[in-house]
Design a protein around this ligand. Sequence first.
Ligand code: MLT
Length: 336
Amino acid sequence: MIRRHLLAALPALAAGLGTFGAALLGAAPAAQAQASYPSRTISIVVPFAAGGPTDTVTRLVAEVMARDLGQSVVVENVGGAGGTLGAARVAQARPDGYTLLLHHIGMGTTPTLYRRLPYDPVGGFEPIGLVTEVPMTVIARKDLPAANLAELVALVRKEKTGINYANAGIGAASHLCGLLLQKAIDAPMTTVPYRGTGPAMTDLIAGTVDVMCDQTTNTTSHIRAGAVKAYAVTTEQRLASLPEVPTSAEAGLRGLEVTIWHGLYAPKGTPAEIQARLSKALQAALRDERLVQRFADLGTEPVSQDRATPAAHKAFWEADIAKWRPVIQAAGQYAD
Ligand code: MLT
């Protein structure tokens, strides 16, 4: 009876104490929620379609994080608008650690590329840790009449805009690599946008689009199977996973060295204890032998443990935004 009276009196007491008092009274359940975190399924939003490179990386990481966290971690694909729809979804979610985002270099370019967004592309998130940096490959449908990069360049120049280039929208890694490629060969292609390079790859294999530049986490198995042609990897050294594919410099192109970094985010305001717990689980995932092997098969590797932390991720992300801002501004190429 006494307890019931006390409970009934709490709202009035909180009102009497003002905001500070109400916050104090609310602090106990919030602290308990953090202590028992996670107590239910966590969702990681991938801002691109299923079956693509971000999806592949996220599913591998989610599976091991789930073991460390003792809860299910599901992947939700929210593709479209170069990754901004999925990012918006997470920026606007409750900051309780149950809705996360795994996104790539687009988090570095989007804040400048998109001048009108329904969310804050920098202030809307808490970085949890970096995940990996993935090389890219310049690939084509297997019957495109160009045996190597030099022949591709000749074909693109001859066909004017007649060669199609698949990408995942403005701000996507495939968009960025396509811009670098077209600049390097000094000839335009016709862009065909998708919600992610997973579905774009399906069309490339079917032969309905011509060319794409995509991450090895999506292309390696299709290159090995001969389902698509590979002209170059965008790294300074050849990859152990694709030893027969030349580097872009070997293939005759300068200025096409790029890797795609990925990071895990929570919505702004997620409690520091929850961020730390997630970072710990991410680090555990990136140490997992099976995950390291799967990443290696796909041409990549996890970042070092000290980079899978909120502080290292924040510093890297801020530097990447600063790196891309003048480049995008000078090009004057905005998404709006
Ligand atoms: C994807 O997961 O579909 C890709 O990362 C899209 C891209 O950025 O090219």
